[in-house]
Write a protein that binds this ligand. Sequence first.
Ligand code: GTP
Ligand code: MG
Length: 191
Amino acid sequence: MKITSAEFIKSAFARPDWPVDGRPEIAFLGRSNVGKSSLINSLLHRKGLARTSNTPGRTQSINFFLINDAFHFVDLPGYGFAKVSKSMRADWGTMAEQYLLERQNLVLCVQLVDSRHNPTDLDMQLHDWLVHNERTYIVVATKSDKLSSNQLSKQMRLIGEKMPGARVIPYSSQTGKGRDAVWAEIVERIG
Ligand code: GTP
Ligand code: MG
């Protein structure tokens, strides 16, 4: 995909903030620090468009980006961030869940998992939720540059076993590994 333009549109804290233009949307979801914002930047070849951080929970709102004036990337808040109160965590969960359930123009969910680790309980909860609610999704295994190719094959097998039927793509925001494969999935969904 040739990126002619990519811009941040807005941070949404509630439903009335969601864009109303009906363009197709690709949502990125996964636990805090898994690499959602980095993946967005890497796919778009833009270093600082989505804010990345070493502090988990950095992305606390639903952030919308307009790509090529044609579709949106949506950076959802990370789950599993322990440093906030339970009620705040619940708010984030509700906000993300409402978006995932109700958004008509959501054409693809991209669930991120850390390629170095077994999927966590929260990863599995989200995955089961996506399957149960019949959302179209792919799984991106991030930070693959941190593993040897042997380790990566082993982890990919393991993730595949835990998430049967899922399309799992190994990715590295540092090297761009997996970029073409992820774009192919996105292009297929936006037509
Ligand atoms: P929240 O917004 O807090 O939910 O986090 P996030 O999922 O957006 O993660 P973010 O993209 O901010 O990345 C977290 C950390 O992981 C940063 O220090 C990134 O530089 C690092 N990181 C992300 N992707 C990769 C990758 O593919 N390889 C390596 N080596 N580091 C990565
Ligand atoms: Mg982020």
